[in-house]
Design a protein around this ligand. Sequence first.
Ligand code: PGA
Length: 248
Amino acid sequence: MRIPFIAGNWKMFKTKADASAFAEEFKALYQGTDVKAAVCAPFTDLQTLVDAFKGTGIGVGAQNVHFADEGAYTGEISVAMLEEMGVDYCIVGHSERRQYFAETDETVNLKLKKLLAGPIRPIMCVGESLEQRDSGELFDFVRSQLVGGLDGISAEDMRRVVIAYEPIWAIGTGRTASPEQAEEMCAFIRKVLIDLYDEDTADEVILQYGGSVKPANATEIMNMDEIDGALVGGASLKPADLMAIIDF
Ligand code: PGA
């Protein structure tokens, strides 16, 4: 049984004071909900959110991490630093990091391995560009991201990885993939997981869709068989909008 899981991705929005105000409002709205939820926030907001969400069941996620234990990597944050704060999730390989910060399948793979050695669950992002969709390369491309990113990860660890399918052309554009397009790719991803692992493992992995998810389209997306959750950018910035998506 896969429990629906909605995660917000604040990207580079919200100061500590903003995060604190969000948490107070969101906690009250979330009470009594059985859909799993998390907020992935800038590093500077994480401790505030971990403290504010203690005992509420709401998870907290980072949006990136470095794969080295420690070292001369100016500006980077290690897995141990996130673990010490009590962070639950970490987004890895978001298309914005692949595009602007040279993230590759290889670095995604190193980050997943480092995270999976401890308690933090990775949310691994995959998804094609518009050119790749239009030229029909979308399935081969997403398969290659999965094969590269998951290289050497055991079936046991795989069950703790959340995969977010985020077509690049649907992120922040207001242009959502149709529920059928999202379902088709999520079904494909689960098939790749059967090839790489086995049916039982593939069956347990939470697959999220991300790209312009909002209260108005959450129900039709969440009603798809292979879609277990959503990774929500813009619409996660307001507690009421994020809660409306969780209440799909
Ligand atoms: P969006 O972003 O919901 O604003 O399209 C989704 C994401 O980038 O995770």
